[in-house]
Design a protein around this ligand. Structure first.
Ligand code: KIV
Ligand code: NA
Length: 277
């Protein structure tokens, strides 16, 4: 199919075609996600946790995001590639925020960036959009604020915080974002936000009314991630399959069953004669 663009996403929202987004962190995951038909690839800073083993996304650096973005871009043709601006970046000066976002596009090859939050980043989001850098928003549970939120928990459960989320969504749309991730919010709140915006919403733990969904690659494939919060559905048991494969290999090495004749190179008989004959 054709390369997914911002226009494609607008059309999908208008036609009520659901948008499927998945994270990808390297060349093979990008290729497999594209083969599976994903419309959007997110080089999420969740890579810090599921790929690099950090205890939160706060540790992830711009250089790490660049490194992984380059690999994803080499593996993806059709999907639109969005990369997370890492912790703090969007809160720095306009110049620094623009520079970081610009590097993700210019050096990394991403087509858009994602920014967590609203207050404190609106001006820089506007500056990016003005500079031609498409920005995806992200509100609700914003993992870069985990230390302030006091853990990974549902947001927008009471009337005040629900109203605040709806206002943030509106202000972000006005600032020019092309899509909005809603993470861990009640379905009713996500539905109201989705109905009130012209840009598509992409939900994770946000119920069924969003214009699209996103899941973390390692969660949906159960690949080295034991984490299974309520909003994750496991579509494959990749980790179990990997461990099965590796333990068969280990066993065959120990038993001298691998490598077999079919994996082995030989000298030609005439060379054997000249060498040892
Ligand atoms: O980093 C990430 O994977 C994300 C998604 C879960 C939305 O931000
Ligand atoms: Na993220």
């Amino acid at each position: 199919g054709n390369q997914v663009t911002l226009r494609t996403l607008d059309q999908m929202k208008q036609e009520q075609t659901k948008i499927a987004m998945v994270t990808a962190y390297d060349y093979p995951s990008a290729k497999l996600a594209e083969a599976g038909g994903a419309d959007l690839l997110l080089v999420g800073d969740s890579l810090g946790m599921v790929v690099l083993g950090y205890d939160s996304t706060v540790r992830v650096t711009l250089d790490e995001m660049l490194h992984h973005t380059k690999a994803v871009v080499r593996g993806a043709t059709r999907p639109l590639v969005v990369t997370d601006l890492p912790f703090l970046t969007a809160h720095l000066s306009r110049e620094e925020a623009l520079k970081a976002a610009g590097r993700l596009l210019q050096e990394g090859g991403a087509q858009a960036v994602k920014v967590e939050g609203c207050n404190g980043v609106l001006e820089n989001i506007r500056a990016c959009v003005e500079a031609g850098i498409p920005v995806m928003g992200h509100i609700g549970l914003t993992p870069q604020s985990v230390h302030q939120l006091g853990g990974y928990r549902i947001q927008g459960k009471d009337a005040d915080s629900a109203r605040r989320l709806m206002e943030e969504a509106k202000r972000l749309e006005e600032a020019g974002i092309f899509a909005l991730v809603l993470e861990c919010v009640p379905e009713e709140v996500a539905e109201r936000i989705t109905g009130g915006l012209t840009i598509p919403t992409i939900g994770i733990g946000a119920g069924r009314a969003c214009d699209g969904q996103v899941l973390v690659y390692h969660d949906l494939l159960q690949y080295g991630s034991d984490l299974k919060p309520r909003f994750v559905k496991a579509y494959a048991r990749t980790g179990e399959e990997a461990v099965r494969g590796i333990s068969r290999y280990v066993q065959e090495v120990r038993e001298g069953m691998f490598p077999g004749e079919e994996h082995t190179f030989h000298l030609h008989a005439s060379v054997v004669d000249r060498l040892y004959g």
